[in-house]
Write a protein that binds this ligand. Structure first.
Ligand SMILES: [Zn+2]
Length: 339
């Protein structure tokens, strides 16, 4: 299967002015992973462009887009974690435009699998502003673009160790985008409880799987088997976007989870197997240990391109995590039929 790859030299120009985990070296690791998996004819490079103001307005408030524009060309701190270098706004706009062009390739069926190696990441950026290393919400802008192309149902799965609060906010009342997030909880940014299920017509189209620290491969595999996979299958999306953060890996310096690369292979495979006809695009979010990021992205892409049962046997979740999963299933049950 061909893999579409989004990448751009501008993403390296988003550079921290002080030691910071979200740094250009991360992208070098992600590039090594993509190069290992997508070779020769099997790789389709997608040209990147800046997202337009109209495209940004589908998710972000005009006031924030103006503020962002004014910060271009200089150093700026959006909050204590979120820096912008002189060329960060250009990088963020091109990352968003790259995510949008990936959707064009997937919806236009140039290929059915893709990965966007993006910096800055996006899932904490909400309609009103930057947050948590993120300037523009790449995955939300990609989903909104798919809707504008006539895709009726878009599924976003977010397995970054942090809750994708910005993405949740963008579609909280919208049943045409189903957002499912697995994340450490309680943890930054503090949102993502099971009680957050969407509002108005969007009730049941936000599903959170908050997990206590220390979750291992077996917990994530079980979450996909018992909740994410079955819900994805019955939603029958026309497009799947993955907020692919790799900071739940056991080597990650920020996260408190215990995943190995095998869990990422399993999650990607489960999505491919549950939804054999839907195009799937992965968008890079977090992941701050360079070796873990590279190995995990390789495994995720392999699972995406060849979604077979790899035979890996994971341990049953321990009682605390089994209870976390049951709580998430209980929250979903009013809206979805579960095994
Ligand atoms: Zn993260």
């Amino acid at each position: 299967m061909d893999l579409a790859v989004v990448d751009d030299p501008s993403f390296d120009e988003h550079r921290p002015p002080f030691p910071h985990p979200e740094r250009p070296e991360r992208l070098a690791a992600a590039r090594r992973a993509a190069d290992r998996v997508a070779k020769g004819d099997g790789r389709i490079d997608i040209a990147v462009r800046s997202a337009s103001d109209d495209e940004l307005a589908r998710v972000h408030h005009a006031k924030y887009v103006e503020e962002l524009g004014r910060s271009a060309g200089r150093w700026h701190d959006w909050d204590e974690d979120t820096y912008a270098a002189p060329r960060s706004v250009d990088a963020a706009r091109r990352a968003a435009g790259g995510a949008i062009e990936l959707v064009n390739a997937l919806v236009g069926r140039r290929t059915s699998r893709g990965v966007a190696l993006l910096r800055p990441p996006g899932h904490h950026a909400g309609p009103a502003g930057a947050m948590g290393f993120c300037l523009l919400n790449n995955v939300a802008l990609a989903a909104a673009h798919a809707r504008s192309l006539g895709v009726d149902r878009v599924l976003i799965v977010d397995f970054d160790v942090h809750h994708g609060n910005g993405t949740q906010d963008a579609f909280y009342s919208d049943p045409s985008v189903l957002f499912m997030s697995l994340h450490q909880f309680p943890f930054y940014p503090g949102t993502g409880s099971t009680g957050e299920v969407g509002a108005a017509d969007g009730r049941g189209f936000t599903l959170n799987v908050p997990l206590s620290a220390g979750a291992d491969d077996g917990v994530y595999a079980a979450a996909f088997e018992r909740l994410v996979g079955p819900v994805a299958e019955s939603y029958a999306p026309g497009l799947v976007l993955v907020s692919a953060g790799f900071d739940a890996h056991r080597s990650d310096p920020l996260g408190g989870m215990k995943l190995t690369a095998a869990a990422y292979r399993r999650m990607a495979s489960e999505l491919g197997r549950a939804l054999p006809d839907a195009p799937i695009g992965m968008l890079l979010e977090g992941g701050y240990d360079l070796e873990a990021l590279e190995a995990s992205l390789v495994a995720a892409l392999e699972g995406l391109l060849d979604p077979v049962d790899d035979g890996a046997c994971f341990a049953e979740p321990d009682p605390a995590h089994a209870a976390d999963l049951e709580r998430a299933r209980d929250a979903a049950r009013p809206f979805w039929r579960l095994p």
